[in-house]
Structure formats: structure tokens, C-alpha cells
Design a protein around this ligand. Structure first.
Ligand SMILES: NCCCNCCCCCC(=O)CS
Ligand SMILES: [Zn+2]
Length: 660
């Protein structure tokens, strides 16, 4: 299934008709450069073009009042003076004779996108729209927004398709207060937003944008705010919040649909956000959300005012929606102190509502919400001093790297008597191995056909590293022996860093590097105190890998942050026999691991586990993993052990930090 792209140049046909410094950044060119970048890069041709349409009155009334709608209906016939007058009643927004028409197209586009995804016409998609929506409220326009496109889409999806749970992720740099107000008492819509806040000193300067606004009444716990109290947040900060706040809750919530308030003013160079995350971060944020809701994801453009980073960020998002490999993120050095405080506050505010956050630490001593009573003088100083050094238009960043799709997606190395699953390309050619390696294999008690398997395995790795293949599946007689050989001989020259993810445990892994060329994370039911090192991390689950709740917690809160920081060139996923890992979890794991090493994942399985080759192949081919249904509450021992493990390892691995 494909990716929908909604764009209509009609939505470029309104602009600011008078002087208003607060609104001058919201220009038609935002849409033009975004669409043109998609055309120029060839991405638009790979999408399924879906026409925009006007939202109807009844659809708009899902969120807005009749009074407000009737008032906006009059704006096309207003004189310039009337438009200025009409605008004065709202904040930081402007009206234009054609904006009502465009606002209906923007909301209608979001609904078209929901239809396309919910009817299975496409898997996911993006709507390039203006005016944006997430600040507009029941009875008011605000922050460049007229109708709340995403809020209307959420209500529409519930009403028309009976969607039970909608996750709204707002990665725009502003707090979508309009969305928060709409759903704060609604447990069927989980709203997550991060936003520049600076202790309430940044627009829209709302007390209710802070982390302690967790929702109300039956919606308590279903509103998550992560305030950024400093500018200059980077990729590490964004990924830490995804791994340690959003994703654990999102998996527990188990949405049927994911809507994204895709604002790109959170990217480097944006005058509003003044953050430093690079456009390729959106490739990863999109990728991480695509594993939810069976891949049903609708992204709707919100903000984004630096035309260069906006265009690049849109392309990064669309390319991931299309299933292209995500780029490697280099030198993630962990979240900054301010980000850790924010994520610690958000986690502790929600630990009583989400069992996946149950073991979150107490809030930091310096309760950050009281910091907003800063002396004006201090604020003034900061602004003057920071002006020149902040990330504004002057900031430069490298073009995102090209994300080439290998000619072959998934290859397989199977014993001759095993049928190759659909979609996998059997790797036939296997060059003869160097005699040295053969002799080594012989000593490893590998029999004749084992040597053949290993020579094919070696060829497979060479093709992965050469980006001729994206990923591969190998069935071997003895998975532990195979892993040793691959690890020992791989790290010779082919790859710099191998992340080995060991699911289950047959026997002790007696091969551990200390030079960092291999990082082993082993998830199993047994603890192994001995020779645990920075590069060998055993994760013990009380009930073993069959406990999906504990497993996914370990993956999100430990494996993902580690993997991002380690930044491997190859991922070796080893399924030990008898691991007991549940199929949907296995597919989720393969899906999530695609975020590393440009998707170069090598799955090693034992021949006697060939029954799960089909689902492995499906995940390797990029088909969305089935949602993890009815997750039980994780065992307290596991949650607690994971927290302790993170605390112990965070000295070595900065991405594991969740407490200041
Ligand atoms: N009143 C002092 C300056 C206020 N600036 C307001 C900017 C609104 C931004 C809204 C936006 O970007 C939507 S995504
Ligand atoms: Zn914004």
C-alpha cells in the first residue's frame, strides 16, 4: 500500500494584507517550497495524489461553534478595514478574503487523508495545508490557525470509522492548545505535544502548557505536555523524549490511528523555534510512529517558517512514509540537562496514569514550573546575549544525506530443503571463503554444509554493507555458533560497529568485545551478573521474552536509546531457540530496529524455528507490524530492574538518562 500526498495550490492564495510583525512569517511560499521540493526530489511521483476538498459545515462543527463558523463565513465579503477589525478579536492570526476557502480546504484535506488511510486505499500519508490548525479553538482563531484541521480529523475518524483510540502527536514547536482544549477530558484521544515554553515566557505563554496539565475528568492522563525551557534542543533531546515519554505511553494506549500535527518550526533554522534538531530527525520520528496502529499514520502540516529546513523536513518525512531507509544519526550525545528535567517532570506527572511509566523517578528537586518567576532583568539579559548565538536563519546545517533504496530489499540464506518465504530473494551465489576462514569454521566444529551456509552468510553481509541489499534472513543449524562466527569475522574490516540483539538465551555469550566494535544487548529470562560490561548488556525479564509488556518496555526504554547512541553499521538480530517471543512483538522489534544502520538488519534464526519465517519476512519487507494487543501491566520487578539498569548504565550511555 502506498503513501497519500494532498496538496492544492489554492491554499497558497491568501496572505497578510497589512503590517503585522507577528504574522509576517506565515507566507504562501511555505507551501510552494514544500511541494516543489517533493517534486524535484521525485518523491511526489512516488506518492498517491489525493485531491483536497472543502470541509462541510457539519464537519467543521465537530470542533467549532456555530457562532464562530457563521462569523468566519462573512470574511470573504469584508473590506480590508473590516478584515482588520475582525482580526483584532483574535490573537496572532490574520484574515483574508480567501482564507475561509483555504481553511475549509485545509480541514477537508485532513479528512480526505483520514478516508484514504481508513479505507485502506493507502497505508499512510501527508497533507500539505495552510492555514495550520492546532491553535484554533472552539470559538476562536489563533496563531495563524482558523479551523483545527487535526482535531476535526480525529472527531471525524471516530464518528465515521468508529475508531476507538486516536493518538495525536504534535511535534510542532508550539503548544497546540486548541487540540488540548478539545480532547483534555476525552480518554479516546491521547494528545502529546512538546513545545518551546521557557517557563511560560514563550508564546502562547499559557500556564496550562506545562507538564502538569495531564488532562481532566475521564481524560486524566491522556494529555502529555513536554515543555522545552531552553532553545537549542537537538536530535538527542527529541529522541530521548520519544523513547522515554511518548513511545511507552503510545504502546500502552495502543491507538487505532495516529495523527501528526506535523509542524516543522521545531527544526534548526526556524525563527520561531530556535532549536537545533536537523531535518533528518523527522525521518526517525516518523519511522518510530509508523510501528503503531498497524502503520495507519496521517501527517498534517502545521508550522515551519524557515523555507529551507521546512522543505528538507517535509522530504525527510515523506521519504520515510514511503518506506525508504532512514539515515543514520551521528554523534547523539544524550539529552541536555534542561531536556532531562522536562522529561523527568513529564514522566513523573504521568506515572500514576500509565503502568509503563510506573517506575519513573520523582520530579527533579528544582521544580521547573516555579522557575517562571524570573526577574525581568535576567530575562532581558538572556535575550540580548542569546540573540546572536541562537539558532536562527544564520544557522547552517548539512543537507540531509541521500537515502538510497538498495536494489534488493530482503535476501535469504536457507538450507536447500527450506522453502523461501514470499518476497525474500534467496542468495544463491556464494563465493568461496578464504581458506583461513574455512579452517576457522572447521575448528568451530562446523560441518560441511555449515561451511556453505557461512560462506553465503558472509556474502550476504558483504552485500548488506555494500547497500546492495537492505536486510536479510539466515537459517542456520546452530544459531549461537553462527553468531560467534559472524561477530568475530564481521568486525574485522567490513563494518565498524555491530549491534547484536539477542532474543532469548541458550547459553552464555562468551564473546564480548571491550573495544566497542560489538555491542550486545541480550533480552532473556536469566540474569547474568558476570562479565557485564559497557558493551554487553543483559536485560532480565522475570517471565522471559514471552512477556510482551516487559519486552517492549526494555526495547523502548533501553534498546532504542542505546542503539541511537551506539549508531551501528549493522544490526544482528539473533533469535535463540525457545525464546518464547510473541510473533507481534518479534515483528515490532524488527520494525523498530530498521531505524538503525540504514535498515541493514541481519536476522539469524535456527532451522527448527522456520515456522516464524513468514512473519519475519513480512517485517523485513517493511510491512507494518500488527499492534501489540492488550498489553498486561509489566511485572514490578521488571520495571524496577529496568530503571535500575538505566541508572547504572547512564554514566556510559547518555541516551539512557531520564533523571537529572
Ligand atoms: N505576541 C508576541 C509575538 C507572538 N508571536 C506569535 C507567533 C505565533 C506562531 C503560531 C505558529 O507558529 C503556528 S504553528
Ligand atoms: Zn508552530
Amino acid at each position: 500500500m502506498g503513501t497519500a500526498l494532498l496538496y492544492d495550490e489554492e491554499m497558497t492564495k491568501y496572505k497578510l494584507l497589512w503590517v503585522d510583525p507577528a504574522c509576517k512569517i506565515e507566507v504562501p511560499e511555505r507551501l510552494i517550497v514544500s511541494y516543489e521540493a517533493l517534486v524535484r526530489s521525485g518523491l511526489s511521483d512516488r506518492c498517491i495524489s489525493i485531491p483536497a476538498r472543502e470541509a462541510s459545515d457539519s464537519e467543521i462543527l465537530l470542533v467549532h461553534s456555530e457562532l464562530y463558523l457563521e462569523a468566519v463565513k462573512k470574511t470573504p465579503y469584508m473590506t480590508l478595514e473590516d478584515l482588520k477589525e475582525f482580526t483584532l478579536q483574535f490573537g496572532d492570526v490574520y484574515f483574508h478574503p480567501n482564507i475561509y476557502h483555504c481553511a475549509k480546504l485545509a480541514s477537508g484535506s485532513a479528512l480526505q487523508l483520514v478516508d484514504s488511510v481508513m479505507t485502506g486505499k493507502v497505508r499512510n500519508g501527508i497533507a500539505l495545508v495552510r492555514p495550520p490548525g492546532h491553535h484554533s479553538m472552539h470559538g476562536a482563531a489563533n496563531g495563524f490557525c482558523v479551523f483545527n484541521n487535526v482535531a476535526i480529523a480525529a472527531r471525524y475518524a471516530k464518528q465515521k470509522y468508529g475508531v476507538k483510540r486516536v493518538l495525536i502527536v504534535d511535534w510542532d514547536i508550539h503548544h497546540g492548545q486548541g487540540v488540548q482544549y478539545c480532547f483534555e477530558d476525552d480518554p479516546s484521544v491521547l494528545y502529546f505535544s512538546w513545545h518551546r515554553y521557557e517557563h511560560q515566557n514563550f508564546w502562547p505563554n499559557l500556564r496550562e502548557s506545562d507538564y502538569d496539565s495531564v488532562g481532566k475528568e475521564s481524560g486524566t492522563g491522556f494529555n502529555i505536555n513536554v515543555p522545552w525551557n531552553n532553545v537549542g534542543m537537538e536530535n538527542s533531546d527529541y529522541l530521548s523524549v520519544f523513547c522515554h515519554v511518548l513511545l511507552p505511553v503510545a504502546y500502552e494506549f495502543c491507538p487505532d490511528l495516529v495523527l501528526v500535527c506535523a509542524g516543522f518550526d521545531s527544526a534548526i533554522g526556524d525563527p520561531e523555534g530556535e532549536m537545533c534538531a536537523t531535518p533528518d530527525i523527522f525521518a526517525h520520528l516518523t519511522h518510530l510512529l509508523m510501528n503503531l496502529a498497524g502503520g495507519k499514520l496521517c501527517a498534517v502540516l502545521e508550522g515551519g517558517y524557515n523555507l529551507t529546513s521546512l522543505a528538507q523536513s517535509v522530504c525527510q518525512t515523506v521519504q520515510t512514509l514511503l518506506g525508504d531507509p532512514v539515515p543514520q544519526l551521528a554523534n547523539l550525545r544524550g539529552p541536555c540537562k534542561s531536556a532531562i528535567e522536562s522529561l523527568q517532570c513529564a514522566r513523573s506527572a504521568h506515572r500514576r496514569y500509565w503502568s509503563f511509566l510506573k517506575h519513573a523517578a520523582d520530579p527533579p528537586m528544582t521544580d521547573i514550573s516555579t522557575k517562571h518567576i524570573k526577574s525581568a532583568m535576567e530575562e532581558e539579559e538572556k535575550t540580548e546575549m542569546a540573540e546572536e548565538e541562537r539558532c536562527t536563519e544564520g544557522k547552517v546545517w548539512p543537507e540531509p544525506p541521500e537515502r538510497l533504496c538498495p536494489p534488493v530489499c530482503s535476501a535469504s540464506v536457507l538450507p536447500d530443503d527450506v522453502v523461501c518465504p514470499d518476497g525474500l530473494k534467496p542468495l544463491s551465489s556464494s563465493k568461496d571463503l578464504e581458506p583461513l576462514l574455512v579452517s576457522k569454521l572447521k575448528t568451530a566444529a562446523v560441518d560441511g554444509d555449515g561451511v556453505t551456509t557461512f560462506s553465503r552468510l558472509y556474502t550476504l553481509v558483504e552485500k548488506l554493507v555494500a547497500n546492495e541489499i537492505r536486510n536479510g534472513l539466515v537459517l542456520v543449524p546452530d544459531v549461537a555458533a553462527a553468531m560467534m562466527c559472524v561477530v568475530q569475522d564481521l568486525t574485522s574490516d567490513l563494518v565498524k560497529r555491530v549491534l547484536v540483539v539477542c532474543v532469548g538465551k541458550e547459553k552464555e555469550l562468551d564473546y564480548v568485545t571491550t573495544d566497542g566494535k560489538v555491542l550486545v544487548v541480550q533480552i532473556s529470562s536469566e540474569d547474568s551478573e558476570e562479565h557485564r560490561s559497557k558493551y554487553y548488556i543483559p536485560v532480565c525479564l522475570k517471565k522471559g521474552c514471552s512477556d510482551t509488556s516487559g519486552f517492549i518496555q526494555a526495547v523502548l526504554g533501553l534498546l532504542l536509546p542505546l542503539g541511537y547512541e551506539y549508531n551501528p553499521d549493522l544490526v544482528l538480530l539473533v533469535r535463540m531457540p525457545g525464546s518464547g517471543v510473541v510473533d507481534s512483538m518479534w515483528q515490532q522489534l524488527i520494525g523498530l530496529l530498521q531505524g538503525f544502520a540504514k535498515g541493514h538488519t541481519l536476522v539469524l534464526m535456527q532451522v527448527n524455528e522456520k515456522a516464524c519465517m513468514g512473519s519475519t519476512a513480512s517485517a523485513l519487507l517493511g510491512h507494518p507490524a500488527p499492534p501489540l494487543q492488550d498489553l498486561q501491566t509489566p511485572f514490578p520487578e521488571d520495571g524496577d530492574a529496568l530503571e535500575r539498569l538505566r541508572e547504572r548504565l547512564q554514566a556510559d550511555w547518555k541516551m539512557l538518562q531520564t533523571t537529572s
